[in-house]
Design a protein around this ligand. Structure first.
Ligand SMILES: CC(C)(COP(=O)(O)OP(=O)(O)OC[C@H]1O[C@@H](n2cnc3c(N)ncnc32)[C@H](O)[C@@H]1OP(=O)(O)O)[C@@H](O)C(=O)NCCC(=O)NCCS
Length: 179
């Protein structure tokens, strides 16, 4: 699907393919330290990325690609089911995560493309896909750092609701969306 960003650029939204590996590695390498600090569902070296997508039924990658340059400019990950490390925390809020209906979400946008609407547009695209797959709830991959104002706003804008807070290298917030 091709969409237009707030800076009037045409961008292709699609699933990650196996032949995106080099393009994806260059996207990851070029992220600023600030963004790398916020986004880390897997390590950024080649083998870690290959291993991460070993089971395509569990980890789904989505990208936005610039029509002009072909560069990947946004990358989001869905894990079907929940992370073991999130399960007990959610239980402490009275929410039992369930591999049949839940998924985990981790978004990122290249620094120079942030705040131009790509994060939102890629999320709508992913949402449509998840609805088709019968997913009912989306939780944030390991929560969001409370001082990550851009991301907290982004999740709220997309109707995620805070369900609890926890301490891990600072204050973090767990947020959930019923779809
Ligand atoms: C968080 C992130 C994915 C959002 O994507 P984006 O393309 O920058 O966001 P969008 O332009 O689509 O904006 C969506 C909403 O985010 C919020 N937002 C975006 N830029 C913002 C900014 N500079 N300041 C405050 N809020 C901001 C707004 O609520 C915005 O909605 P609006 O445009 O209707 O006001 C992206 O900024 C990013 O990759 N950040 C670094 C990595 C990260 O923090 N990942 C999440 C880890 S939990």
């Amino acid at each position: 699907m091709i969409v237009e960003t707030k800076n009037n650029q045409q961008v292709l939204l699609r699933k990650l393919h196996s032949n995106d590996l080099d393009n994806l590695l260059s996207y990851l390498e070029n992220l600023s330290m600030e963004t790398k600090k916020r986004f880390g569902p897997h390590q950024f070296d080649k083998q870690s990325v290959i291993d991460f997508y070993d089971n395509p039924a569990i980890h789904l990658g989505y990208v936005a690609q610039s029509i002009d340059s072909n560069d990947i400019i946004a990358y989001s990950i869905i894990k079907i089911g929940y992370l073991e490390s999130d399960y007990n925390r959610y239980l402490s809020y009275g929410i039992q995560l369930d591999n049949k209906i839940d998924c985990e979400f981790a978004p990122s946008v290249a620094d120079s493309w942030q705040s131009f609407g790509i994060g939102n547009k890629l999320f709508y695209y992913i949402l449509a896909d998840l609805k088709k797959a019968g997913v009912k709830r989306i939780v944030l991959w390991g929560g969001v750092q409370a001082d990550n104002e851009k991301a907290v706003n982004y999740y709220k804008k997309n109707n995620f609701v805070p369900v609890g807070q926890f301490w891990h290298n600072g204050e973090n917030v767990d947020m959930l969306l019923n779809i």
